[in-house]
Design a binder for this molecule. Structure first.
Ligand SMILES: Cc1cc2nc3c(=O)[nH]c(=O)nc-3n(C[C@H](O)[C@H](O)[C@H](O)COP(=O)(O)OP(=O)(O)OC[C@H]3O[C@@H](n4cnc5c(N)ncnc54)[C@H](O)[C@@H]3O)c2cc1C
Length: 507
């Protein structure tokens, strides 16, 4: 096809079919005045007449160079689905390797995994790309290693939402028992007197939604962009992609924060970059990339007993991580909020005057609740929503308003408390709705009450095979921590959470 007169979409499709990266460059040149987001939006929307996206087309034609050029586009979506089978480009590349050219297929798959394609995403038939591999152990290995790295959090997203956030909601479409509307936007204000929420939609328009009942579950934000969904999963992926690109050049890393997020990150990066000391060595001598964790506490992992914290420090030492305790980070330049701070060399100054010049700085110093869209009168002193810890109602906000998760002060921020609280919250909403409909107290049922379990429960994997933890006050062996959490960070639980099956018997 001659490119004169061809539309940008046609040029991209042609580039993908015939491996002509210069056509992609031509389209990019014509978009010079557009923002990165606009460029990505265009390329993410390109499909052929069958609904295959640019990466699917490259994968099915073995267009390695064009695929490479597409991955240079910031915010480029790595895991779009085909229309019919909901295959990702990795599924298509595996088929290409099976049926056409195993060697080129392998190279494409390696590049795709490097670029952030997610081998954990299943197609419509429940198959992951690895399930389609025929007689090719090298491809299986690449896919399973990437799965491992993703599960450990060294790349992509935290929501194994890997696919798309909206996929959670798409599953309900057409189900007459679930009557809901999904609005993709940011709640910018709740007027609890008028019972209205203002939502800023992605198109920058604002919609006002009236509510009869409201659940606040907006979670929290971390200082490091690596750990939160303040933007969306694509933004989170872009951060991890940037980190992965920077990792091979890093000569030193500093992590602020001795809680589980800081310690797990240190352990993962340590083993990934430095390997692990031999069986009888307490400490890894001369790690390739020295990693320092700074914590203001007198021990790391403050929820756990001191002996477990010391054990964790030993595991960290074996992967090249040093812990500095009892001192806070006073300043970091550039600070975490500045663009590209994640991958910039950073000067970190501690309160005791020590100064570090580090290639990567990861602040893991806790979370701040996403509650700035609420009236301050509804908030506790720590910024979380002031919630009745038994009933999960936000009493100051008027009837039928509830809060749960990190945005609420009902309990400590952990997923298992949320899982326990959901049936209680739902039972109480149901009761309140029935009462509002005029059902009498006796028929509406009793309030259900939540009580936070104060026992020592936390599992902290450290690197690929170790970990420390306790469950309900019982210390767990390292192997059990790996088995229960380190293997896949509870990913296997997400399906039931997504579908709601987790609670179907309890409601
Ligand atoms: C690095 C890290 C590791 C962790 N590891 C564990 C662990 O191993 N085990 C464990 O139990 N807990 C862990 N936690 C804690 C756990 O992730 C949180 O307790 C849990 O995710 C909170 O869930 P949530 O639904 O309240 O909030 P979130 O998961 O934060 O979800 C909030 C959602 O609300 C959206 N949102 C925010 N503001 C607005 C707004 N104004 N309008 C519309 N939407 C909005 C966000 O985009 C997001 O989708 C970890 C946390 C971090 C940061």
């Amino acid at each position: 096809m001659a490119d004169e007169g061809a539309s940008p979409r046609e040029l991209v499709v042609e580039a993908c079919r015939r491996d002509q990266p210069h056509l992609v460059e031509q389209v990019l040149e014509d978009m010079e005045t557009k923002s990165n987001e606009e460029v990505a939006e265009f390329f993410n929307g390109v499909t052929d007449s069958m609904g295959n996206h640019a990466l699917h087309i490259c994968a099915s034609y073995g267009s390695y160079d064009t695929m490479d050029s597409l991955f240079d586009i910031q915010y480029f979506e790595c895991d779009p689905f085909t229309r019919l089978d909901k295959d990702t480009p990795l599924h298509v590349a595996v088929r290409y390797a099976n049926e056409k050219d195993a060697e080129l297929g392998l190279e494409m798959i390696k590049m795709m995994c490097e670029a952030g394609c997610d081998p954990r995403v299943r197609n419509k038939h429940g198959q992951k790309p690895a399930d389609l591999v025929y007689n090719n152990p090298k491809i299986k290995t690449v896919l399973s290693q990437t799965e491992y790295v993703l599960a450990e959090g060294l790349t992509n997203n935290a929501d194994n939402g890997s696919a798309h956030d909206s996929a959670i909601f798409e599953q309900y479409q057409g189900d007459p028992t679930r009557n809901f509307r999904f609005i993709h936007g940011t709640a910018t204000r709740v007027n609890h007197a008028e019972r209205q929420v203002s939502v800023c939609l992605s198109s920058e328009t604002t919609e006002t939604v009236e509510y009869h009942a409201l659940v606040i579950a907006t979670g929290s934000t971390t200082p490091s962009p690596l750990f939160n969904l303040k933007r969306d999963s694509m933004g989170l992926r872009a951060e991890w992609t940037a980190l992965r690109k920077a990792l091979p050049m890093a000569k030193s890393i500093l992590i602020a924060g001795g809680g589980p997020a800081g310690i797990e990150t240190a352990g993962e990066l340590g083993e990934h970059l430095n390997g692990r000391a031999g069986w009888f060595c307490g400490k890894l001598a001369n790690p390739k990339v020295p990693i320092t964790v700074v914590t203001s506490g007198s021990q790391i992992l403050p929820i756990l007993r001191p002996s477990l914290a010391s054990q964790a420090e030993q595991y960290l030492a074996q992967v090249g991580v040093t812990v500095i305790k009892n001192v806070r980070v006073k300043d970091a330049i550039p600070s975490a909020g500045v663009e590209n701070a994640l991958t910039s060399k950073t000067t970190v100054v501690l309160e005791d005057g020590q100064t570090f010049n580090t290639d990567l700085y990861i602040p893991a110093t806790g979370m701040s609740p996403n509650t700035d869209f609420l009236d301050r009168s509804l908030l506790a002193s720590d910024g979380r929503v002031n919630t009745n810890t038994s009933t999960l109602r936000v009493e100051k906000a008027g009837p039928r308003v509830y809060a749960v998760g990190d945005a609420s002060d009902y309990a400590r921020a952990t997923v298992h408390f949320i899982v326990e609280a959901i049936p209680i919250l739902c039972a109480n909403i149901k009761r309140d709705l029935l009462l509002a409909e005029g059902v009498d107290e006796g028929s509406a049922g009793e309030d259900r009450t939540y009580k936070e379990d104060p026992s020592e429960t936390q599992l902290v994997p450290i690197g690929r095979s170790k970990g420390v933890g306790a469950a309900y006050g019982w210390q767990l062996p390292s192997f059990a921590v790996w088995l229960m959490k380190g293997r896949d960070y509870w990913l296997w639980t997400t399906e039931k959470l997504w579908s709601g099956e987790q609670w179907s018997k309890k409601l």
